[in-house]
Design a protein. Sequence first.
Length: 608
Amino acid sequence: MILISIKSWAQIQKTEPPFWYAGMNNPELQILFYGKNIAENEVAVSDAVKIKSVEKTENPNYVFVTIDTKDVAAQELKFSFSKKNKVVFTKKYELKQRRANSALRKSYDASDMIYLIMPDRFANGNPNNDNQKSLAEKADRNNSSGRHGGDIEGIIKHLDYIEELGATALWSTPLCEDNDPQGSYHGYAQSDVYRIDPRYGTNEDYLKLSSALHQRKMKLIMDYVTNHWGMEHWMIKDLPTYNWIHQFPGYAQTNYRMTTQFDPNASQIDKKLCVDGWFVESMPDLNQSNPLVLNYLIQNAIWWIEYADLDGFRVDTYSYNDKEGIAKWTKAITDEYPDFNIVGEVWMHDQVQMAYWQKDSKLGAIQNFNSHLPSVMDFTLMEILDKVFNENQSAWDKGLINVYDNFTNDFLYPNPNSILTFVENHDTQRFNEIYKKDFRKYQMAMTILATVRGIPQLYYSSEIGMAGNKNEGDGAIRLDFPGGWKGDITNAFTKSGRTPEQQQFFDFTSKLFQWRKTNEALHFGKMTHYVPEDNVYVYFRYTDTKKVMVVVNNNSSSKTIDPKRFQENIKGFKFGKEVFSGKQISLENKMSIEAQSVLVIELESKSE
């Protein structure tokens, strides 16, 4: 037995997934066994399950074994690898018990506010894991493009802060191992997709984060990357098969022209370069049209959902994938978890083109395509909010009319409530950089974000007024959160450690999103909006029992509005309570609104 154990260790270097779960909706499981010349062996398994297929490739170091787990209870299986009818080595494999009601887990939706962090730049809870002998890049806070040491423990230690902001869900940029020699802090060039990067912590630490969030009735969203891995991924260094990645041969960069995915007039070479080209030279492009690759990605995603008890995904560069392949990936996950939300990064500048990618889109149906993707990101709204508050004079095509126009196209989306809304993220210019920390403009933008349809997302430290110029490099928009490191001069995680300016931003943000949590009209209520007049935008969100009126004045002077224009929504209501001031406002008299400011009014006291 000792001899078998030694040989097993020598022969099998990787088994993926490392374990699985009994009782899955799809009972087929394809296990990757990796080791020197492992394909020379024949494979058998315990009588409890049946092998459906054994697939070998031109690389003798891989064997893909598909088993049927239907009606198989949680247990330990034993795989045997034989030569000439003689067992050379064995490998134990565990089928674990799923959590109760795992398939019916509730995901994030429009009742949530998502807080986006870059973990390396958020907080360093455990300085002892900053450097790892097995990983190339070491911590250096003086290097804006390097690792700074933030980790999972740092996130857990500051969940009180995140919850105080009114956030109900946490989206972290990727936490899986990224062994790039430089720039590895962002995590999008992963080198092992079953392992949390040890500089962030362990797989068990990630599970600890998930549990800590769930104890607070908050949700955990994983940033998942289907389009590419990093050059340092162990499988890239020894490809299972030549077409595991797209090759030309070797490298060719994407042309970034995502319109070729649906353009009826696109040339084949342009479409190929978009889909098959590499995002950058250090990120090999995965071939989702290869069934082995696609199945690997499906199972990896499901494994993380089960293992870490995840509540949702955000998928990086969604529209660069092979669109048929990524649709199958998405459907496989939502078939397993019917209420699981997945938002795809579809960074386009036209609502028709973005709506094409949402589940059940009539636009996609024209081409017999359904992405099965529940949510897309509202990049057009972001682009408008990033310029509109500098347009403070009334004009036909300037100012808040552009915000209004964004929502006039909601008919394009099968489910507007499931669109992710935001003013910035880890790839864009900082909102407070664009507007030079103008608090009034921040107020207007955040109020719109909190009160229109969709799922609002806040990027870390925006709530303390953080700026940073992307033109100086990505590190400038991914600065360390002040107070996240021992020895930091200020600590913005605490009220006593914030500057007056930081406190002003924080107090407003917290009050806004804490209030949003309690008002169902902002979650799934209907919307009626009125064409902006004199750069003042008025809209209502409402259900049968709740109604909210929002007034945004984007002018450089105060304005007066007459409620008579809005009787369609005000109807018999006489008064409203302004959310931020707490003052009662008459809905029967003209109301004044200060320059570049907002009124958020909960309607009340309906007449008999």
